[in-house]
Design a protein around this ligand. Structure first.
Ligand code: KG4
Ligand code: ZN
Length: 394
C-alpha cells in the first residue's frame, strides 16, 4: 500500500468551480497534505440574480471555467507547458468529443488548453460524484473522464459530504501550504451544515459513517438563504445574516420558534423558523437596518440553539470523544463560538474542531482529502462513474 499519492481533485457539485493538486502522505493519524495548487471560483454573483443556484447556469459556468482553472492550478504547482506539445490524434479527439458531447464549451476549452501540458505525474484524479446538482456534477465527472482518458490516470469518485467532514480536521498548516490531519478520538460526532444538507453523522473511524439525524425539510444554509431573501439581502445570504446579526439586539416581541428542540430523535426542522420570519416581516412592514439586524440575530440564535441542543445530547448518548462541524454554514462565527463555549462547558472531555474558515465552503481540497482516505481503504477507483445527486454518506 503506497503511503504517498499525488491527487488532482475536481469539485463542481454546486456553484463553486474548484480544482486542487495535493501531495498526500502517511496513514492516519500521521497524514499530511502538501497543497501544490488550489483554486476556487465562485459563481455566487451570477446566481444572485435568481436568488439561488440556477442549475443550468452552474453547468454552463463550470464548462467554461474548468479547463482554465486547471491550467491555473498547474501554473501554481509549477507544471510546465510542453515546448512542442504533441497534438491529440484524430481518434483521441473523436473520443473526447463524444465524452464531452453534452458540454461543448468544456470540449472547446479542453482542446485549447489541456494538450499544451506535458503528461503530469499524478496518481489519481478525484471528482465529486455526489451529492449535489446533477447537471453541475456531470461537468466535473466528464472533465475527470476526459483527463483520465488522455493521461491514463484512474478516477476516484468522492462524496462531497465526506469531504466537508474530513477537511475540518486539517490544521492551520493549511495556510502555509502543508496541512496535517489532527489526531482525534472516536467515536466522533460530525455536524454537517451546508446549503443542501443538515446531518448528524457518527463516525467510528475515518471511512465509517452513520447518519443518526437529519433535517426533515430545509437545510440550515437553505434557511439562511431564504431568510436573507426576505430581508432583501443578496444570495448567498448566510454571510450577510452573520454580519448583520453582529449589530442586532434581542427584542422581547421578536421571538422565533425552536422547532423540534425537545423531540427525542436527532432530526431537525428549519422551515418553521423561516415561515415565522416571513410572518414577522409582514407584521413589521417596512424594515429598518436595525430591524434586519435584530431578525438576523434572533434567527441565528434559534438555529444554533436547536443544532447545539441535539448535538450535545447525541454526543452524550453515543459517548462522542470528538465533535466537528463542517459545511458552508460552519463559516458562521456565532455558530462556531456558541458550539465551542457550550462544548467546553457541558462536555469537558470532548474535543471540538472547526474547519479553517476558507475551507468551510465548497473547495476541491476537501475532495482530495476524502479521496485519499478512500484510496487507502482500497475502495477507490471506478470505471463507470455517474452523478448521484442524492448520494448518501455511509
Ligand atoms: O457547503 P457549501 O459551500 O455548499 C453546499 O454544499 O451547500 O454551503 C453553502 C451554504 C449557503 O447556504 C451559505 O449561505 C452558507 O453556506 N453560508 C453561511 C455562511 N457562509 C456560508 N451561513 C451562515 N453564516 C455564514 N457565515
Ligand atoms: Zn458543500
Amino acid at each position: 500500500m503506497p503511503v504517498y499519492m499525488k491527487i488532482l481533485s475536481i469539485e463542481t457539485s454546486c456553484d463553486e468551480t474548484a480544482v486542487s493538486l495535493v501531495e498526500a502522505r502517511g496513514e492516519y493519524p500521521e497524514t499530511t497534505f502538501a497543497i501544490l495548487g488550489n483554486v476556487v471560483l465562485s459563481q455566487a454573483q451570477l446566481h444572485a440574480e435568481y436568488g439561488g443556484v440556477f442549475p443550468n447556469l452552474a453547468k454552463r459556468e463550470h464548462s467554461k471555467n474548468l479547463a482554465p482553472i486547471l491550467a491555473e492550478v498547474f501554473g501554481q504547482a509549477g507544471i510546465a507547458k510542453a515546448d512542442s506539445p504533441t497534438p491529440l490524434t484524430e481518434e483521441q479527439t473523436a473520443h473526447l468529443k463524444e465524452l464531452l458531447a453534452r458540454e461543448p464549451a468544456l470540449f472547446e476549452a479542453f482542446m485549447e488548453m489541456i494538450p499544451q501540458f506535458v503528461q503530469p505525474d499524478i496518481n489519481y484524479i478525484a471528482v465529486t460524484a455526489g451529492p449535489g446538482l446533477e447537471p453541475a456534477l456531470w461537468v466535473g465527472i466528464n472533465f475527470a473522464k476526459a483527463l483520465s482518458y488522455i493521461w491514463n490516470i484512474p478516477i476516484i469518485p468522492s462524496n462531497h459530504m465526506e469531504g466537508h467532514l474530513l477537511v475540518s480536521l486539517l490544521d492551520e498548516g493549511y495556510k502555509k501550504g502543508v496541512a496535517h490531519m489532527q489526531t482525534v478520538g472516536f467515536p466522533l460526532l460530525g455536524v454537517l451544515i451546508s446549503g443542501g444538507h443538515t446531518e448528524l453523522v457518527l463516525m467510528d473511524d475515518i471511512g465509517s459513517y452513520k447518519i443518526i439525524g437529519a433535517t426533515r425539510d430545509d437545510a440550515v444554509g437553505e434557511a439562511f438563504d431564504k431568510v436573507a431573501r426576505m430581508l432583501d439581502l443578496p444570495y448567498p445570504g448566510g454571510p450577510h445574516i452573520s454580519r448583520l446579526a453582529q449589530h442586532g439586539a434581542e427584542v422581547p416581541g421578536l421571538k422565533l420558534p425552536r422547532p423540534m428542540i425537545g423531540s427525542d430523535d436527532y432530526d431537525f426542522s428549519f422551515s418553521g423558523i423561516k415561515t415565522a420570519v416571513l410572518y414577522k416581516t409582514r407584521e413589521m412592514g417596512e424594515l429598518s437596518e436595525q430591524d434586519k439586524a435584530n431578525i438576523s440575530l434572533e434567527f441565528q440564535n434559534a438555529v444554533s440553539e436547536v443544532l447545539l441542543k441535539k448535538t450535545v445530547r447525541a454526543a452524550r448518548e453515543f459517548g462522542a470523544r470528538t465533535i466537528i462541524i463542517g459545511g458552508g454554514v460552519s463559516a458562521n462565527t456565532h455558530i462556531r463560538d456558541t458550539f465551542k463555549n457550550a462544548i467546553e462547558k457541558e462536555l469537558p472531555d470532548t474535543t471540538f474542531f472547526v474547519p479553517n474558515h476558507e475551507l468551510s465552503t465548497d473547495n476541491a481540497l476537501m475532495i482530495a482529502v476524502a479521496a485519499y482516505f478512500q484510496a487507502l481503504r482500497g475502495d477507490a477507483t471506478s470505471e463507470n462513474i455517474v452523478a448521484e445527486g442524492n448520494m448518501v454518506l455511509s
